[in-house]
Design a protein around this ligand. Structure first.
Ligand SMILES: O=C(O)c1cc(=O)[nH]c(=O)n1[C@@H]1O[C@H](COP(=O)(O)O)[C@@H](O)[C@H]1O
Length: 277
């Protein structure tokens, strides 16, 4: 069984360092001339799949925008995941799960067990019940070649109060998360399967990402104000591990499929310029 890190490394080499989010905001559905209902959701998701699934390395559906339509919305999420994977995109489901360990085990089986209907390549997880509480997720991911992206320094301004608070040993809370994930990835080649989420909006925070040996998902580009050039400031010498992530910046170009592809080409070129430094 190939690890997620190996599969991600190959996908990025073949398709370029880019993650595109599927975030069907009500405003985007309206902009695309679609109704704010399950039919609109279905047509939105199918359009993104048709335009991008055969060319983008990682696609990140945001679960909340599917869940808000109940069981039928989750059904569309299931079929979107299947279609994306059939076209060779790695699917990172953005669910930001976190709970006591015994419940995390159930979340892990929902998303990382290949026999489940919502099985994906990787998920986002919140470490704020303690990184150790996510252990069942890390274990199931390792067993089945999946990945977990753990929130470290999020793109929203409210995150700093919790994430940059100092622990008793002087490190920030985020640095303890970074260090624990670095341990999990130790010795993995060509890349570990456990990633961190570090927002592109946060500037130079002085956190040490040099030992992570895993992917660094960078949301906050485009609609939240960060530019590809900001990646240099945020990630410094760790740029080669960055996976830039865009949702609205690309989706605003729809529903025309050629325009969506052109938006992807544009942001990918911007990121390549920076990441090649
Ligand atoms: O885990 C994430 O993807 C995430 C973490 C973070 O710190 N900030 C953040 O914006 N995100 C997600 O990334 C997406 C950003 O969307 P845009 O601002 O439209 O590019 C949303 O789905 C957010 O939920």
């Amino acid at each position: 069984m190939e690890s997620f890190g190996t599969r991600l490394h190959r996908a990025v080499a073949e398709r370029g360092p880019l993650c595109v989010g599927i975030d069907p905001h009500p405003g985007l559905l309206a902009r695309w001339g679609l109704p704010d209902d399950v039919d609109g959701l279905d047509r939105f998701a199918r359009t993104v799949v048709g335009a991008l699934a055969d060319r983008v390395a990682v696609v990140k559906p945001q679960s909340a925008f599917f869940e808000r339509f109940g069981a039928r919305g989750v059904g569309i999420l299931e079929s979107t995941i299947r279609q994306l994977r059939d076209c060779g995109a790695l699917v990172l489901l953005d669910v930001k799960r976190g709970d006591i360990g015994s419940t995390v085990a159930a979340y892990a089986s929902a998303y990382l067990d290949p026999s489940g209907p919502l099985h994906v390549d990787a998920v986002t997880a919140s470490p704020y019940l303690g990184v150790g509480s996510l252990a069942p997720m890390f274990e199931l991911a390792a067993t089945h070649g999946g990945g977990v992206f753990v929130l470290a320094l999020t793109s929203n301004p409210e995150g700093a109060a919790v994430q940059r608070a100092r622990t008793a040993d002087g490190r920030t809370v985020a640095q303890t998360v970074i260090d624990e994930i670095s341990q999990l990835n130790r010795g993995a080649e060509p890349l570990g399967s456990f990633g961190l989420v570090v927002g592109a909006t946060i500037g130079d925070t002085g956190h040490d990402l040099s030992k992570v040996n895993g992917p660094l998902l960078a949301p906050g580009l485009g609609a939240q104000g960060a530019t590809a050039a900001d990646l240099r400031t945020v990630f410094g010498s760790s740029l080669s591990s960055v996976l830039p992530s865009y949702s609205r910046e690309v989706l605003n170009a729809g529903p025309d499929e050629a325009a969506l592809r052109a938006a992807v080409d544009r942001v990918l070129a911007d990121c390549r310029d920076v990441l090649a430094d």
